[in-house]
Design a protein around this ligand. Structure first.
Ligand SMILES: [Zn+2]
Length: 397
């Protein structure tokens, strides 16, 4: 199976599926946003839950599953539809086997969560029911893992926790620390096909710093190195960081500027739906009203500008218009276009793909030469898109 990254059109929000090139076709889903309109067959909104189910594999009982599901942070536009579309609880009690395939809830073999991010999000706003269901399931799995002393935990009970937190106590082998690289998904060694490096959430020295990071939409930030096949590791680097704000990207640059390799990417999910606030401390709207230009923060921009040859920046949001709105922000789009210009890269927007009036999932296949440009229209798939052969080989391996 070819490795791929698929961005589903969910308006302002994230829902991204990574498929690995291993024999099992391991899947990692980052966030979910399924609006009621997307579930309504009488509504024109793209049925992304169907799109997702169509791409997933079924287990031997005919249940759709993902090998891993990561919630970058518990905001509604990253967890909406979780309770409806995902199964929570012990797998032995799965109740949907007699239902039609499209109504069977998706099994999560291993849940990826962050207790730090959850705690910070709870400080700044109320969590939705979907977020509460996710958090409850994360805690159930952590308890099962603890009781088993982190050995022999069954599929459906497995969990990874991103970020070390004083309050969470000993987490044994389920803890991934900041800057740690890992190559196991659902306890399978997929090191020939995948390495994830966890860059955030960043730890805080004290409460004031914790508050600051909370206000900056603390999120799980991962740089995934995805192989095209077992012989070409690192064919595609995918950097995704939820809604992390400018302060967080600035810190990441200060921390990694001497060795920025961990920030390099072929595909970047533009943070916070192409928000200006991931690149700048100033308001885009206020500056526009005054007729001035809001200033970009150089450190944050550097963190988000570690492009590899032919890099793509994907804004997961509605159509980006030349106005005062943020997110998505016109100014951020222009800045990202400048960032990819030197490497002949491309900025894309899920709300404009394949057109502004009708959207479809935006899928990059990962070849030995890197990610391939998705076709502009599904019907033109054969004619459009840059062929793998036309791309310059990547400097990394
Ligand atoms: Zn968001």
């Amino acid at each position: 199976m070819a490795a791929s990254i698929t961005f589903f059109p969910v308006d302002n929000g994230d829902m991204t599926l990574v498929q690995l090139a291993d024999l099992a076709g391991t899947t990692i889903l980052v966030d979910i946003k399924v609006r009621a309109a997307a579930d309504d067959t009488n509504d024109k909104t793209r049925d992304v839950a169907k799109d997702l189910r169509d791409m997933l594999k079924k287990d031997d009982k005919g249940r759709p599953y993902v090998d891993a599901f990561l919630n970058s942070h518990p905001d509604d536009d990253h967890i909406m539809g979780f309770e409806k579309h995902f199964y929570v609880g012990p797998l032995s009690e799965y109740p949907d086997d007699k239902k039609p395939y499209n109504e069977r809830r998706i099994v999560i073999r291993e849940l990826w969560c962050s207790l730090i991010v959850e705690r910070r999000a709870s400080k700044v706003h109320k969590l939705t029911d979907d977020a509460k269901v996710f958090n409850k399931e994360a805690r159930r799995r952590i308890e099962v893992s603890r009781k088993k002393k982190y050995v022999g935990v069954a599929e459906g009970d497995r969990v990874l926790v991103f970020g070390e937190d004083d309050e969470s106590g000993d987490l044994g082998g389920i803890l991934i620390k900041v800057d740690e690289a890992f190559s196991k998904v659902n306890e399978q060694d997929v090191s020939a096909y995948f390495t994830g490096t966890m860059l955030g959430p960043l730890p805080a020295a004290d409460d004031a710093e914790d508050e600051l990071l909370a206000k900056n939409e603390s999120s799980v930030i991962l740089n995934m190195s995805i192989s095209a096949d077992a012989k070409t590791p690192g064919a595609c680097r995918f950097l995704t960081g939820g809604d992390a704000g400018v302060e967080i990207w600035q810190r990441l640059w200060k921390k990694h500027k001497k060795n920025p390799d961990v920030l390099r990417y072929d595909v970047l999910q533009a943070p916070h739906h192409c928000s200006w606030r991931s690149l700048s401390y100033e308001s885009w709207g206020d500056a526009s009203e005054k007729g001035t230009t809001a200033k970009v923060n150089d450190d944050a921009r550097n963190a988000l500008a570690q492009t590899l040859d032919g890099a793509f920046i994907v804004a997961s949001c509605k159509e980006i218009k030349d106005d005062k709105d943020d997110p998505p922000c016109w100014g951020a789009k222009l800045e990202y276009e400048k960032i990819v210009k030197d490497v002949k890269g491309t900025v894309m927007c899920t709300g404009e793909y394949p057109s502004k009036t009708s959207q479809a999932p935006l899928k990059f296949d990962v070849t030995a030469e890197g990610p391939t440009m998705p076709a502009k229209k599904a019907s033109d798939a054969k004619n459009l898109g840059i062929s793998a052969a036309a791309r310059t080989p990547h400097p990394h391996g």
